[in-house]
Design a protein around this ligand. Structure first.
Ligand SMILES: Nc1ncnc2c1ncn2[C@@H]1O[C@H](COP(=O)(O)OP(=O)(O)OP(=O)(O)O)[C@@H](O)[C@H]1O
Length: 387
């Protein structure tokens, strides 16, 4: 979708900002360009919409060599979001958002309807915010308008230069979440520049880690954090990359342990006998369909009368997460509830529990899976406990 072919940019003063760069961004993919100040990220991005011309090499967008495309026509296909947003101060939010559709000749009513739709998409109610002026919005809200405006003419490609850089960390995280949700719906091809490795990891399907004018590693967040290609990348992603990796590694069924099970309808005494046999203090309570109804302790099940059902004794399971959630979330839930494990659910269905040992194993398994280029359940793995 976007392809760089041996692209070099040398400025007039001799600075080589980008040095023989080749990489490709697939359709619908969000690629983050991350690296220290002055490494050439913005130059890379601005060559895509021809605000900067390469010294040599070729860039293709949607299969077309852009050096032959009229820049104005090219930019209509490419939304552009920058940190300073650049809203027109004397135009309403609705008119600001409708700028590009109006420029390319849409009827005013159609352009405004589209703008209202986009404002809604970025979480700003057009009936409240549409008639306001930029100075009447918070920084975070202005940033959202910037995103809405860039999407207004429905361009296939979106370039974003530090789009969430100007807001505080809490708002930034919120904007990132909203943007990810939106991207899941609209699936644009996105190049996003950031100097923040956390942001790069959080947003990118793939990350390009820049050294001086060059990409040092181009891979998924998991792979970059798990197996940095060079000492430079390792240094850049930081010593706490194991922690960062927790937030990009999803819980999979292969990571889970199966605890003792007590059936919802069975007599408590029977469940208690089984728990004693298994040498455990508690069991999860499941119905016939495998849905989770909480947990029950061995002592209370032993003490219950002969007529009851396990289901009547079940305690609510507070420590749980959905399958596919990041390991970091599971870890957070464990700490929050001071629990030694968390239940993992697929809807209401119980899949197993994640323990700290299994969490560690999942992390190691995902590092190996990325290094070997295979799925996580294909990794041959000797756990510490087996050794
Ligand atoms: N017009 C210019 N003339 C000369 N050198 C320039 C020009 N624009 C940028 N540079 C230099 O090119 C290099 C790359 O700049 P670029 O803006 O692409 O970096 P960046 O990675 O986006 O940095 P930042 O994160 O600070 O924005 C830097 O050394 C910069 O000083």
């Amino acid at each position: 979708m976007i392809r760089f072919d041996h692209v070099t940019k040398r400025y007039a003063d001799g600075t080589t900002a980008v040095d023989d760069l080749s990489f490709e961004v697939n359709e619908g993919e969000l690629v983050t360009l991350v690296g220290p100040s002055g490494c050439g990220k913005t130059t890379t991005m601005m060559m895509v919409n021809r605000l900067i011309e390469p010294t040599s090499g070729h860039i293709h967008v949607e299969g077309e060599d852009i050096s032959g495309v009229d820049p104005v026509r090219l930019r209509r296909r490419i939304g552009y979001v920058i940190q300073q947003v650049g809203l027109f101060p004397h135009r309403t939010i609705l008119d600001n958002t409708a700028t590009v559709p109006a420029l390319i000749g849409w009827k005013k009513s159609k352009a405004r309807a589209r703008a209202a739709e986009l404002l809604d998409l970025v979480g700003l109610d057009p009936s409240t915010y549409g008639s306001r002026y930029p100075e009447q919005l918070s920084g975070g809200q202005r940033q959202r308008v910037g995103v809405a405006r860039a999407l207004a003419a429905d361009p296939p490609v979106l370039l974003m230069d530090e789009p969430f850089g100007a807001v505080d960390p809490v708002v930034r995280e919120q904007l990132q979440d909203e943007f990810l949700k939106m991207q899941a719906a609209v699936r644009k091809t996105v190049l996003l520049v950031t100097h923040d490795i956390e942001e790069a990891v959080r947003l990118g399907d793939r990350i390009a880690v820049y050294g001086q004018g060059r990409i040092e590693q181009y891979d998924t967040p998991g792979a970059v954090l798990g197996s940095p290609a060079t000492p430079y990348v390792a240094e850049f992603v930081g010593a706490d990359r194991g922690l960062k990796r927790l937030s990009v590694t999803e819980i999979e069924p292969v990571d889970l342990e199966q605890p003792s099970v007590a059936r919802f309808e069975e007599p408590p005494a029977r469940a208690a006998a089984r728990m004693r046999e298994d040498g455990v203090r508690w069991a999860v309570v499941l119905d016939e369909g495998g849905d989770l109804h909480g947990w029950v302790g061995v002592d209370e099940a032993s003490l219950a009368g002969p007529d009851g059902r396990v289901g009547d004794l079940a305690h609510r399971m507070r420590a749980w997460v959905p399958v596919g959630a990041p390991l970091k979330q599971a870890f957070g839930v464990m700490l929050q509830h001071d629990a030694g494990w968390v239940a993992v659910l697929d809807g209401a269905r119980f899949l197993g529990v994640l323990t700290p040992a299994k969490l560690h194993e999942a992390l190691r398994r995902s590092v190996d899976a990325d290094a070997q280029g295979v799925a996580r359940d294909e990794v041959e793995f000797d756990s510490v406990a087996d050794a």
